[in-house]
Design a binder for this molecule. Structure first.
Ligand SMILES: [Zn+2]
Length: 249
């Protein structure tokens, strides 16, 4: 079992007095469902902070009410309506320059306003682009629209706002569309562990099967109180990285 690989990696960090930050981003949330209850329940049992990427156009009061009882859930902005505007032959995207940039700006502004109204203090002004794709010109406009950060998938890049990405996707989108092999997920996570780094786990509660649920339970159980890592919210990591640059010299 490769979970051993992750534990050994975290043990090594801990023995050096170091740790890696872990965070959980769950996408495509709209409304309360049994799947959302199951996911939030699993996270809450181990006191895992959750960052939900909510689709503004399709969400409303029901989700806001459901989240009132969750102490450790942040809401972020998942595009506007999660609509694909790319030509048929290209990869799906909502925030490419397939429409005038003013239209995209208007929707992002409206999305941030709507989620701020619904979720007030729970709202964290991070943009999570649908399909993790966004044109660089749109990124340039984010500070002016009120966003303080951006989250996609893969290595972070310098941008007009700080980036905090996800790096491990639990779903096999191009194959079974169910959970990926837990051994692979543990190995990927272990390989990404760097002292002072942050690893984002990407989940989609609406399509989780037993494989994903079992993996998350094992991951949470193994790491919840390990001193080689800290589960933190996106807001906490961006506010104070594990090892700030001025302490590394
Ligand atoms: Zn999405």
């Amino acid at each position: 079992m490769t979970e051993r690989l992750l534990i050994e990696t975290l043990d090594r960090l801990a023995s050096n007095g170091e740790y890696v930050d872990l965070w959980l981003r769950d996408d495509d949330c709209i409304e309360p469902t049994e799947a959302l209850d199951a996911f939030l329940g699993a996270a809450a049992r181990q006191k895992m902070p959750v960052t939900l990427a909510v689709i503004p156009a399709h969400t409303g009061e029901a989700l806001a009410k459901r989240l009132e009882s969750e102490p450790d859930v942040l809401v972020t902005v998942h595009g506007w309506s999660h609509e694909n505007h790319a030509p048929a032959a290209e990869k799906k995207r909502e925030l490419g320059l397939d429409r005038p940039i003013e239209v995209i700006e208007g929707q992002l502004r409206e999305g941030l306003e709507k989620l701020t109204r619904l979720h007030e203090k729970r709202l964290f002004p991070m943009l999570v682009p649908p399909w993790n794709r966004i044109d660089p010109a749109v990124i340039e406009r984010l500070p002016g629209l009120g966003f303080n950060s951006l989250s996609t998938f893969g290595p972070e890049k310098p941008a007009a706002v700080p980036m905090l990405n996800t790096h491990v996707d639990v779903i096999d989108w191009h194959g079974t569309r169910g959970g990926r092999d837990p051994d692979l997920l543990f190995a990927e996570t272990a390989a990404l562990c760097r002292p002072g780094g942050a690893i984002g786990m990407l989940t989609h509660h609406l399509v989780h099967d037993d494989v994903v649920a079992d993996f998350l339970d094992r991951l949470f159980g193994l790491t919840a109180s390990h001193s080689g890592c800290r589960w933190r919210s996106a807001a906490d990591i961006l506010a104070s990285p594990a090892f700030p640059a001025d302490q590394e010299a």
